[in-house]
Design a protein around this ligand. Structure first.
Ligand code: PBG
Length: 330
């Protein structure tokens, strides 16, 4: 036996493997999702997400400064208000926690990071749904669009550069784009959670935002069984004017991510969600997997499948290890 073709030649040393690697994790491709909660005196740990906290505005400012220093691409803010109501009033108030925190973060980091905000009502409604309800308790698509338009204006005025539309209402990108433009916010960009699935992997996020949700989101988020529908949703959002498309969750939807990345004419990102984080942390905490390798492999896989950037709760840690590996973050 004497094979002429020996792929193993390219795997001989760490230097050779690094040289032929098709995918690298670069800090600029990483976005850190963060939670900021109203009316707390100190950060509150999230049990199901070891290492992740609900921030005070002050601790969030410090986290944002660290993210900028590490060369991250961006930060995505989620707000947890002290009081909730049926229409999510706090989402549209200029001094609502998310808008207030956005101003603080923009003041802290300036243009060093792309400051992004979750544009969805679930953190702000007392029923926990992503929109307002109709008389029968269903989520009213078109009434919700009106709330999203107001929320978009409040976020743009607070200085958010990229609005993360994560509610999966039909027509949400067009509705928000029109409202922004009419108010002169033509430069505020839209990140459409285009293909967002009704996933069990959002479980720990419920604790992270103290969600009040009873029931589920299956009438608006997509069925995990559907791949073609992911392409359809992405195509609609791009046509409606989305500047960036997102696929979410990441790990169980790499086929959808690869499909969308292969055809979209705008950047395509992926969200490694709370449950994906929790799974790896829990297994590693029990000594069942190698934590660092599992984290890197999971994010590498998402990038390899076609994501231009990844939202991940490990963004800061990964950016720091990339800096250690490659020297600096430039
Ligand atoms: C909706 C939103 C959710 C997540 C991001 N935006 C929750 C949901 O749709 O149920 C989940 C993110 C995560 O699990 O890390 N505001």
């Amino acid at each position: 036996m004497n094979p002429v073709i020996r792929p193993r030649r390219l795997r001989t040393t760490p230097a050779m493997r690094r040289l032929v690697a098709e995918t690298h994790i670069h800090p600029a491709q990483l976005i850190l999702p963060v939670f900021v909660r109203e009316d707390i005196a100190a950060p509150v740990p999230i049990t199901a997400m070891p290492g992740v906290v609900q921030h005070t505005v002050d601790s969030l400012r410090r986290a944002a400064a660290e993210a900028a220093a590490a060369g991250l691409g961006g930060i995505m803010l989620f707000g947890i208000p002290a009081t909730r109501d049926a229409i999510g009033s706090a989402a549209t108030e200029a001094d609502g926690i998310l808008n207030l925190a956005t101003r603080a973060v923009v003041a802290e980091v300036g243009e060093a990071l792309v400051v992004q905000t979750d544009l969805c009502l679930d953190e702000f409604t007392d029923h926990g749904h992503c929109g307002v309800l109709d008389a029968h308790g269903g989520v009213d698509n078109d009434a919700t669009l009106l709330r999203y338009r107001d929320m978009a204006l409040a976020q743009a005025e607070a200085g958010s550069q990229l609005l993360g539309l994560s509610g999966m209402m039909d027509g949400q990108v067009a509705a928000v784009r029109e409202a922004l433009d009419a108010a002169g916010h033509t430069g505020t960009a839209i990140l459409a959670y285009a293909a967002k699935y009704a996933s069990a992997f959002y479980g720990p996020f419920r604790e992270a935002v103290d969600s009040q949700l009873q029931g589920d989101r299956r009438t608006y988020q997509q069925d995990p069984a559907n791949r073609i529908e992911g392409m359809r949703e992405a195509g609609l959002d791009e046509a409606e004017g989305a500047d960036v498309l997102m696929v979410k969750p990441a790990m169980s939807y790499l086929d959808v991510l690869a499909d969308v990345a292969a055809t979209a004419q705008v950047p395509v990102w992926a969200y490694q969600v709370s449950g994906e984080y929790a799974m790896i942390e829990a297994a590693a905490g029990n000594g069942w997997i190698d934590r660092d390798r599992a984290i890197r492999e999971s994010v590498t896989g998402i990038l390899r499948a076609g994501a231009g950037a990844v939202l991940t709760y490990w963004a800061l840690e990964l950016a720091r290890s990339a800096a250690a590996e490659f020297g600096g973050h430039a």
